[in-house]
Structures are given as C-alpha cells and as structure tokens.
Design a protein around this ligand. Structure first.
Ligand code: ADP
Ligand code: NI
Length: 214
C-alpha cells in the first residue's frame, strides 16, 4: 500500500473511532494537531509520513479512555506498514503524553518532538481554554471554586480521580506548557497562546470578583 493510501485509511479509522469523544480528544482535535504538526514539519524538517501518521494516531491508545492499548499496532499491521515505521510511531504515541505532569514524556526523535509540540499547542490558547472547560464539564466539575487553591499532583491515580475545579488545570498544566515546547517554530506559536491565556485569566478573576462585598 502506498503512503497516501495508508494516510487516507488511517484518517477514516481515527475519524470513526474518535468522532464524538467527549473529553477533548475528538476528531477535530486530531485534525488540528495534524495541521499544526504538518506546519511545524515544513519549517523544522523530519519525516513527514511518520509525523502525519503519529498525529493521527496519538490519542487512540490514550491511558484515560482506552482499555486496550495495542489498537494502534494492530491497525498498522493490518495495513502492512513496515516494521520500522510501526516501531517509530508506537514509540512516540506511547511516550508523548503529559499525564498530569507525572510522566517523563521527553522525546528523542525530531518527529516525536514535533507531534508533542503540536499536541501541546492545541492545549493552549483559545482552543486550549475551551478544551479544559469541556473536559471539566465531562467530569461534572465546577469551573472555579476560590476556596480550592491550585495544587500539583504526585501520581497518576490522583490525576484521574481528583475532584477539582477547571481553573486549577491552568496552574497544574496549561501555563507550564510554553516552557516545555521543543522546537523554535512551535515556541513562537506558544508565546502568543500563552499570553492569551494570561489575559483570559485576568479577565476571568476580574469578572468573578466584580463588585464583590469586602
Ligand atoms: P495529554 O494526553 O496530552 O497529556 P490530556 O489527555 O491530559 O492531554 O488532556 C486532553 C485535554 O483535556 C487537554 O486540552 C487538557 O488540557 C484537558 N484536560 C486534561 N485534564 C484536565 C483537567 N483535570 N481539567 C481540565 N482539563 C483537562
Ligand atoms: Ni492529543
């Protein structure tokens, strides 16, 4: 199978699986990550096929909603993708997630760095804010509770189970992403998105406290 056909098959596979996924990993997230990663790849280099395939597949085996973590590998084998490409793709998808900041997700390949940057950029800015509140809503969380102060987590179970408000997520993750970006191209985009989140938070607290009794 040639690479264009493999990419086409992969798009329809992922679209089918994630179209209406409700915790922020829906098909449109995948498409945005794919577009961002392709843009970064144009500027920074790297293997375009691996970058595109990994962007499409990066959330399929996600620890938060998948109970079977070799779906990606089985799918790639069914398309007769060569072993070397399969191992490159799986290596990245299994290691790139931030997991609430408790996992080491450093990437050693340029392809991994690029897809990770694209995924992180989509958690920032206007889209990142919308995704955070969507995620919080899917867990029935308050958007904000001034009595619960920002907190970091120590382990994965805590990340999964903690009942926290969504504004906290800015401090545990979103505002830290800018300094974790790998490539110069993504850093430029991250600066703008970071600034937007800071402005958003200022306005949020301003409105929250409007005419508050002393
Ligand atoms: P990754 O797999 O890259 O670590 P996640 O799966 O943790 O990313 O997050 C997917 C989306 O959901 C992101 O936009 C992220 O900011 C958001 N999200 C994750 N955890 C929370 C949370 N506790 N509160 C609000 N948003 C969250
Ligand atoms: Ni993602």
């Amino acid at each position: 199978m040639n690479k264009d056909i493999i990419l086409k098959e992969t798009k329809s596979f992922v679209k089918d699986k994630l179209y209406k996924e409700g915790s922020g990993h829906d098909w449109f997230h995948i498409k945005r990550v794919y577009n961002l990663a392709t843009y970064i790849c144009e500027k920074e280099g790297g293997d375009e096929f691996i970058i595109k395939m990994t962007s499409l597949l990066h959330d399929i085996d996600d620890w938060k909603f998948s109970n079977n973590n070799n779906t990606t590998e089985n799918f790639l084998k069914s398309l007769h993708v060569d072993e070397e490409s399969i191992s490159k793709i799986i290596n990245i998808t299994t290691t790139m997630s931030y997991k609430g900041g408790v996992a080491n997700s450093d990437q050693n390949s340029l392809e991994g760095k690029i897809v990770q940057d694209a995924d992180r950029l989509d958690a920032m800015g206007a889209i990142g804010i919308a995704r955070a509140f969507t995620y919080g809503g899917s867990k029935n969380r308050l958007m904000y509770d001034p009595h619960i102060k920002p907190k970091n987590f120590q382990n994965l179970d805590e990340v999964k189970n903690l009942d926290n408000h969504t504004i906290n997520h800015f401090y545990e993750k979103l505002l830290k992403l800018k300094d974790l970006i790998n490539t110069d191209t993504a850093k430029q985009i991250a600066e703008e998105r970071h600034r937007f989140m800071e402005i958003y938070l200022d306005e949020f607290y301003y409105e929250w406290n409007f005419n508050k009794e002393k």
